[in-house]
Ligand binder design. Sequence first.
Ligand code: SAH
Length: 455
Amino acid sequence: MKTKAPVAKNERLDVTIADLTYQGMGVAKVDDFPLFIENALPGEELTIQVTKVQSHYGFARAITWKTESPDRVKDVDKTYRQTGIAPLQHLAYPAQLKFKQHQIAELFSKDHQDVEVAPTLGMDNPTQYRNKAQVPVRMIKGQLETGFYRQHSHELIPLTDFYIQDPAIDAAIVKVRDILRQFEIPAYNEINDKGVIRNIMVRRGYYSHEMMIVLISRTQKMPSQAQLVDQIHQALPEVTSIVLNVNAKKTNVIMGNVTRTLYGKPTIEDSLLGLTFAISARSFYQVNPQQTEKLYQMAIDKAGLTGKETVIDAYCGIGTISLALAKHAKQVYGVDIVPEAIEDAKVNAQKNHLSNVTFEVDKAETQMAKWQEAGLKPDVVVVDPPRKGLAESLIDATAKMAPKKVVYVSCNPATLVRDVARFQELGYAIDGPIQPVDQFPQTPHVESVTVLVKK
Ligand code: SAH
């Protein structure tokens, strides 16, 4: 049954913001009909104008404020909201941390699960933290530009300061942009599927300061490639790796399947918790190194290892958690779906002289079932899945192996709630408070560590 919306497009009305969504938008209710409003904070009274009406909710724009939240940060640069780089920058950092803690608690309570959530572990300086940038390159008025898309669009907004990125990375993007301009490299054009350079990816080791530049090209080779590469590493002394990634498809996926090293090594190195890691262009690597150390330390502490345990690290990436745990365990098994990540993981085990780790390339759900059928009996299972969370079959295989503990590192509380419920049906219970760790300040992303124990 379709109820008629109590508001119409373009209508202006006065509302009070009741809540903040998990995307960081303010929510106002008009006769129980929710309106989502960007840049509006709980408790604020304001005049809004309705911009879009759907059957069960709508969107509106903030026009004027009658009262402002005491947690509002003034004088923010609206570009960071328009691009979605920092959708929460208008919310004071302590309130962001509370918001994230509250998000997790709320989702569990909606699912009728009674859990304790600890205060979010935050950063001292919650800006300029990202060790990786991935920026689109487009022509604007005949000039090559780098920046970020306006949210929900492919309109490039040129930017030189990305606010949450390592400033050395921001500076590198500008240098690369200028060199691309100098050689008159045409930027990719999505409309006619022509042009060359699509995106630039930059990664910089937080401790090592080694920098990797990935040029993502529609073509197999870039014009003036050799001179271009020469100029880039001369202009940027920290660069130890320049990689070409070819993506010839008409797609929103950033990287293609072909990568070629044009200068230096195919990887850069960085360290976490005193371990060294080689990272290749297509491997996942946590973007906030300072908070990652806190997150991993928490996972290690919560795993409660004594040196005698068998541990599985599902979704292991380049083996960062696996190797950190291997120092305190008898044997560690890791699995990831990306072959390059597992190649990196194997190299990383050697680099750190850890021989008690075994890595497999597979879907975690498939590999878990294989391990279970082979009779593996882990004491601890660590899972760190992408946003979609765990496959039911993975949870089932884990429960059959009956580890004493499951340490769940989650980047999406919605799927965490679902997966925890499944573990509970299979005889596991949450042990101690859930610990959120702020990996993505100024954004609404919520990362947390949950421990489940076998009852
Ligand atoms: N624990 C690692 C990686 C976490 S990110 C770290 O902290 O660095 C999630 C990882 O899951 C990525 O490396 C991704 O390649 C991998 N992945 C995604 N889907 C997967 C699947 N179905 N099976 C196994 N790995 C998967």
